[in-house]
Ligand binder design. Sequence first.
Ligand SMILES: Cc1cc2nc3c(=O)[nH]c(=O)nc-3n(C[C@H](O)[C@H](O)[C@H](O)COP(=O)(O)OP(=O)(O)OC[C@H]3O[C@@H](n4cnc5c(N)ncnc54)[C@H](O)[C@@H]3O)c2cc1C
Ligand SMILES: NC(=O)c1ccc[n+]([C@@H]2O[C@H](COP(=O)([O-])OP(=O)(O)OC[C@H]3O[C@@H](n4cnc5c(N)ncnc54)[C@H](OP(=O)(O)O)[C@@H]3O)[C@@H](O)[C@H]2O)c1
Length: 287
Amino acid sequence: MNEMTAVTDTASEAKPAKATPTLPDAQTVTAVKHWTDRLFSFRVSRPASLRFRSGEFVMIGLMGDPDPKTGKQKPLLRAYSIASPSWDEELEFYSIKVQDGPLTSKLQHIKKGDQIILRPKPVGTLVHDALLPGKRIWFFATGTGFAPFASLLREPQTYEDYDEVIITHTCRTAGELTYGRELIESLKDDELLNEVIGEGFWKKIKYYPTTTREESAKMGRITDLINSGEAYKDLGVEPLNPESDRAMICGNLAFNLELKDMLEAAGLEEGANSKPAQYVVEKAFLD
Ligand SMILES: Cc1cc2nc3c(=O)[nH]c(=O)nc-3n(C[C@H](O)[C@H](O)[C@H](O)COP(=O)(O)OP(=O)(O)OC[C@H]3O[C@@H](n4cnc5c(N)ncnc54)[C@H](O)[C@@H]3O)c2cc1C
Ligand SMILES: NC(=O)c1ccc[n+]([C@@H]2O[C@H](COP(=O)([O-])OP(=O)(O)OC[C@H]3O[C@@H](n4cnc5c(N)ncnc54)[C@H](OP(=O)(O)O)[C@@H]3O)[C@@H](O)[C@H]2O)c1
């Protein structure tokens, strides 16, 4: 018996089995859900050493195509907001599908059990530390810019720091609102969050979804709805005020810039990790 074992061991030492290739910083996909032909969300395992603040982003991706000359493959990485809160055992992401996009043309095909690359270096400006204390926080999102707020809406500190949490989400079509709507609706029945944050914490949330290119309950860009006063009327809240209001913005560049101007005009100042103030902003994608 011992001899047999010894013989087998010697044989395997002489000819080691070929190792299964693994990606650098690989994490395993645990779930994938497609919301529209342009949007999907997925969950992956979380590196044991990864600590992040709700609202931050990381670089994720896949191996790129082999170089035609050398045959070598390089990681193809893009910035992604972590959509899950800092306490979650897994990581969630909410993604666009750009049909000719180098990464998402492939990423949209991932399945449970596949591996993705995740660089465990979280960064970002959409964090509570970058804001001074206030009474009411506004989360302003367009499209996949909802992702960091999916994290912050499940973060206990959001409800410890503020009496009111207003989340606005503007998309072209009603289907593009579904991920956000279902997530917000699910908070009511989330036993863990109701226990940890406090029963009925979700009553602090005022959700204001709008569409611009398809009929829905509320049509129009949030910027126009605020400028006309309609959003304040619908929400039953006072206009933006630097004493009580704090804001986080995440959307396309034009949206970010327009809202930034509106907040500055209302007297709010931009904050940063190193110098907290009244609002912070981050691009949902580069253009
Ligand atoms: C700080 C930061 C955080 C980000 N977080 C997310 C996130 O949580 N989810 C996400 O889907 N993307 C996010 N992005 C965008 C992401 O990094 C990639 O651009 C996206 O995954 C597309 O990659 P790609 O290689 O397929 O195409 P790219 O070559 O990167 O983009 C091709 C074109 O597609 C459009 N595009 C790219 N991303 C988006 C988008 N999210 N929504 C609408 N149009 C887009 C732009 O016009 C862009 O020029 C973030 C970007 C930044 C800078
Ligand atoms: N969503 C789609 O169905 C679709 C389909 C094919 C391709 N694309 C392409 O994908 C890219 C991103 O599309 P997307 O829909 O995810 O994002 P987007 O173009 O950034 O639009 C998202 C939402 O933000 C609104 N918005 C844009 N600029 C704004 C501003 N300055 N102030 C306030 N609101 C503003 C849009 O309203 P408006 O509608 O008024 O602009 C829309 O409701 C674009 O290049 C687009 O051409 C999108």
